[in-house]
Design a protein around this ligand. Structure first.
Ligand code: WTA
Length: 620
């Protein structure tokens, strides 16, 4: 700000609003371009092109350029396994490993534009595989390792992947999760798949299919440690990441090399004020956007040192996170409200056992943080000294959009104001700004890390996000703006649940439930939970000849685990004979939700079967 003669936060916001292209141009110049862009932005709503005609590769900026600088021997990742093993990779180590994998992939015939599915847990091969794909211009599609085989199959088929990368198994709470064995069940149903690369990690037994399955070590061994970085167009695709929408079919959110890099680099730098000597820890999973942007790409673009942890946050004891912060002297720490609430439950005696004075800034992401949790985090983790950056953003936005900066006055529970250049608003059903009460959270300006489309579904991109209000991006969240212009995010307004920070679509869980033999109909709603924010609550109508029983509940939960993954397994299963429906036969989730929360059900005059509401009472 000094450099530009900007005196305070308000002036920074003003300058950004007045001239967004100036702002982004200045930051984009901090990265290296193979060929300079001719124009910062071409905006033809709802389609944006950023850094038009620029030639760029995110990996050149995340790795190659550091290896030619003093950062060559700086540690990029400090990795800690759940069992306590530690590995450190410098920029040079990472560069060599990525190059070997890039050469291996090229050797398997993977090239520009080809899709590669990456189904790995939090081990170093995950960022290595992502960077190797990006380096050769291939498009990665990471599938969260907490999803199960069928969810993997659906995503791999949608993206028509040529190669997939997985692991023998990984550790979670001391147990080995056999990922390869799990994915074996569906590999024959992915016709586009040619090769499967398997990382050896947990050393659990696996079956390797000749001709298709290859060990990571075998394909990388002996490969050269240099590899050319593909010259990409700034607008070329970098990755697809599937996220839940309002229908059962996940959306393939597509991000590109140039704008995405500039957006996440800038936000990490300004929101978390990351310095070269800092130790950064974003305690998310790389399988979600938070990990893509702020564990993999942005910290590497900045040349930072990051901590990466494999396992559960409270394993083997409730101070694992605090122990890691002390051990590595973490300066900036970023986590989710659900984690904070979990540790509030364990109590402050756990963080008190550790020296957390290295911390300078804290962050929160993924769901609204309640003021109690904010204050606990501030007091017991931040020692009343660290500002908390409560960052609002989404898979689609790629980068933080509504967030404080370390120079902003904070209010516990508010995500403060839009990032410089971003115009966010809360509008009513007609698209008019509202200041009283809540409304639809929309974004009125394009931003560099915005998703460019939904993979192979350009119409859904327009319909789902840009058609309700012309020239406004519809976030799907409800929010309120106070008299000082501070934003308060209230949660999703669509049929998407937020369970411990994971986005799960009610339709996806419902379709998994009805795919079970005995189920005739299913409705799923979110039930408030003090730790997870929401938990999944399901209402089931069984087919005739089937009887409700505890065993049946167990089978249904197991079935959803198998179909989608443990994250989607319903916490409660209620059997009912009827569900409230409109005359056109649509299940009224609003009514079910009100019952679950103990609220008034409101107007039910449009219901075809009001008696179903009483039945819910018995079930709840
Ligand atoms: C919610 C995660 C309140 C919101 C980065 C959004 C938040 C959804 C916050 C996106 C926050 C994210 N305060 N709510 N600071 N951050 N959300 O795509 O409902 O997994 O729409 O991206 O999480 O979830 P996603």
């Amino acid at each position: 700000m000094e450099r530009y003669g900007i005196k305070d936060y308000d002036e920074l916001l003003q300058r950004g609003r007045d001239d967004p292209e100036w702002f982004w141009d200045e930051l984009a110049r901090e990265l290296e371009w193979f060929q300079p862009y001719k124009k910062v932005l071409k905006w033809d709503p709802p389609h944006a092109e950023w850094f038009v005609e620029g030639k760029f590769n995110i990996v050149h900026n995340a790795l190659d350029r550091h290896v030619g600088s003093w950062r060559k021997n700086k540690v990029a990742y400090i990795w800690e396994g759940e069992l306590g093993q530690v590995k450190k990779l410098t920029y040079h180590d990472l560069y060599r490993k990525v190059n070997q994998m890039a050469n291996a992939l090229r050797g398997l015939g993977v090239g520009r534009g080809d899709r590669v599915a990456i189904y790995l847990p939090m081990i170093l091969e995950l960022p290595i595989a992502m960077l190797a794909c990006a380096k050769i211009g291939a498009v990665h599609s990471v599938v969260f390792s907490g999803f199960w085989a069928k969810a993997f199959r659906e995503r791999a088929n949608d993206a028509q992947v040529k190669v997939a990368i997985t692991v023998d198994g990984f550790y979670r709470r001391g147990k080995v999760i056999p990922l390869k064995e799990n994915v074996d069940q569906v590999l024959d149903d992915i016709p586009s798949l040619e090769k499967l690369i398997v990382v050896r990690h947990a050393e659990c037994p696996v079956e390797m299919k000749t001709g298709r399955d290859l060990w990571w070590d075998d394909v990388t061994q002996g490969q050269e440690t240099v590899s050319p970085t593909e010259v990409m167009d700034a607008e070329d695709p970098l990755f697809i990441l599937y996220t839940s929408g309002t229908t059962g079919k996940p959306k393939g959110v597509l991000h590109v090399h140039g704008g995405y890099a500039v957006g996440i680099y800038t936000t990490l730098k300004l929101v978390f004020d990351l310095k070269d000597e800092d130790i950064w820890w974003c305690a998310a999973d790389i399988g979600w956007i938070t990990g893509h942007s702020y564990i993999v790409y942005a910290p590497l673009l900045m040349g930072a040192t990051s901590v990466m942890y494999e396992g559960a946050p409270d394993y083997p004891e409730a101070d694992r996170l605090w122990q890691i912060i002390e051990e590595y002297g973490v300066n900036v720490f970023y986590t989710a409200p659900t984690t904070i609430r979990l540790f509030m439950k364990y109590g402050e005696k756990w963080p008190q056992k550790h020296d957390l004075t290295s911390l300078r800034i804290l962050g929160s992401v993924g769901e609204p943080i309640n003021p109690e949790a904010w204050i606990w985090y501030h007091k017991h983790i931040g020692n009343r000294q660290c500002p908390i950056m409560d960052t609002w953003w989404q898979t689609e936005t790629g980068m933080h959009l509504i967030t404080p900066l370390p120079i902003t006055s904070l209010k516990p529970g508010s995500t403060v104001k839009p990032f410089p250049t971003i115009q966010a608003d809360v509008v009513d059903d007609e698209g008019k700004s509202v200041r009283e009460g809540g409304g639809h959270l929309v974004i009125k300006t394009p931003w560099p890390a915005m998703f460019r489309t939904l993979y192979q579904d350009p119409e859904r991109y327009v319909d789902a996000y840009w058609s309700k209000f012309p020239r406004m991006y519809l976030s799907g969240d409800v929010a309120r703006v106070d008299e000082e212009g501070y934003f308060w995010i209230q949660g999703r307004e669509d049929d998407v649940l937020n369970v411990a920070g994971h986005r799960i679509s009610t339709a996806e869980v419902e379709s998994a439930l009805v795919s079970y033999d005995s189920v005739a109909e299913a409705a799923v709603v979110g039930k408030p939970d003090p730790v997870k924010g929401e938990e999944i609550c399901s209402f089931i109508i069984l087919k005739e000849d089937f009887k409700p029983s505890p065993r049946m509940k167990h089978h249904l939960r197991e079935h959803v685990r198998q179909e989608i993954g443990p994250v989607a397994s319903p916490a409660c299963v209620n059997f009912v004979k009827d569900l409230p429906k409109t005359r056109s036969g649509k299940i009224m989730r609003r009514v079910i939700k009100a019952k679950v929360k103990g609220d008034d059900v409101g107007d039910i005059s449009t219901l075809a079967n009001p008696e179903a509401v009483d039945e819910l009472d018995n079930a709840v």
